[in-house]
Design a protein around this ligand. Structure first.
Ligand code: SHN
Ligand code: NAI
Length: 221
């Protein structure tokens, strides 16, 4: 429906402005909060949950109707009021200032839209129908949630650490790639599932950290 492409965006500690404080704003705020954004909400009314987040010091609220004088210089803006005119005004104000903007009732004007997504530690899976049917995006997400369990968190923590370690210690690119391939072939997910992962990990690092160790195309774990 809309010509969009997936990217993973870093909003950590960047100011993100949400105009509106209803159910939909709450959902978008929850995603921003997971990504550790610095959130500012402008809305005369907010949901109980948004108020609660405010009381916990997780976001700022300006309890008023949107006005361009409050826009500031945020990294991005989400217009989520139930007033389409207000949302369009936010869009125009954002465009004049070259600020990324998403309008919940006008995906056709939006610089970005939200996929249905979930996390397993460092693994994030996001599903989009390019705006055609958010419910289908959600349904597919729910199916994937069943397929990708908590073991992926351990798996990716391990692979993330392992890659950093190997990048520092093995300087030959071809050897590094051979090692990654070998690790993938070991089916670590299975080791996690059968409770043999920790002993494997210990043995692997013992070997790799041995000053006399030289990778010869076979880790032998
Ligand atoms: C384009 C997009 C822009 C954006 O919001 O970013 C958009 C737009 C619109 N949504 C509408 C309606 C609904 N949206 C949901 C739910 C979700 N909507 C989400 C994303 C997106 N919604 C983006 C595209 C995503 C994609 O790529 O497919 C999800 C995935 C993520 C999230 O919100 O964070 C989240 C599920 C989260 C989860 O469960 O994981 C439900 C279901 C419900 O709420 O129970 C309904 C009611 C049923 C229905 O209408 O289908 C309307 C019509 C309003 C009207 O008719 O007035 C518009 C406006 C329009 O289409 O013009
Ligand atoms: N993108 C999406 O996923 C979806 C989008 N929508 C759209 O989102 C809109 C909002 O839906 P809800 O959150 O359910 O509505 P809601 O009625 O729960 O909340 C509306 C919020 O807008 C605020 N508001 C109204 N006028 C304002 C102004 N001038 N300045 C600042 N804030 C103002 C209100 O105080 C309230 O907090 C709907 O009208 C619909 O078009 C609806 C469903 C899903």
């Amino acid at each position: 429906m809309y010509d969009v492409m997936p990217i993973m965006i870093n909003v950590k500690q960047k100011e993100c402005l949400v105009v509106g404080g209803g159910k939909i704003a709450e959902r978008k705020i929850s995603s921003l909060m997971d990504a550790m954004a610095n959130i500012k909400v402008i809305s005369p009314k907010v949901t109980v949950q948004i108020k609660h987040w405010h009381n916990e010091g997780k976001l700022q609220i300006y309890k008023k109707n949107y006005d361009v004088s409050q826009i500031g210089k945020p990294f991005l803006i989400i217009a989520a009021t139930d007033q389409s005119q207000v949302n369009l005004q936010v869009y125009e104000d954002a465009k004049k200032r070259n600020i990324l903007v998403s309008i919940v009732d006008r995906p056709d004007y939006s610089d970005f839209i939200f996929p249905a997504s979930f996390k397993r530690g460092k693994l994030q899976i996001a599903v989009s129908t390019s705006g055609a049917s958010p419910i289908v995006a959600r349904t597919i997400k729910k199916d994937l949630e069943k397929q990708y369990g908590d073991d992926y968190e351990i798996y990716l923590d391990f692979l993330g650490e392992f890659r950093s370690f190997v990048k520092k210690t093995i300087h030959d690119t071809k050897q590094r790639q051979a090692l990654y391939k070998e690790i993938m072939d070991l089916d670590i997910l299975r080791l996690i599932r059968i409770g043999k992962f920790h002993s494997f990990q210990k043995e692997l690092y013992k070997r790799l950290k041995d000053p006399d160790y030289k990778y010869n195309g076979n880790i032998n774990c």
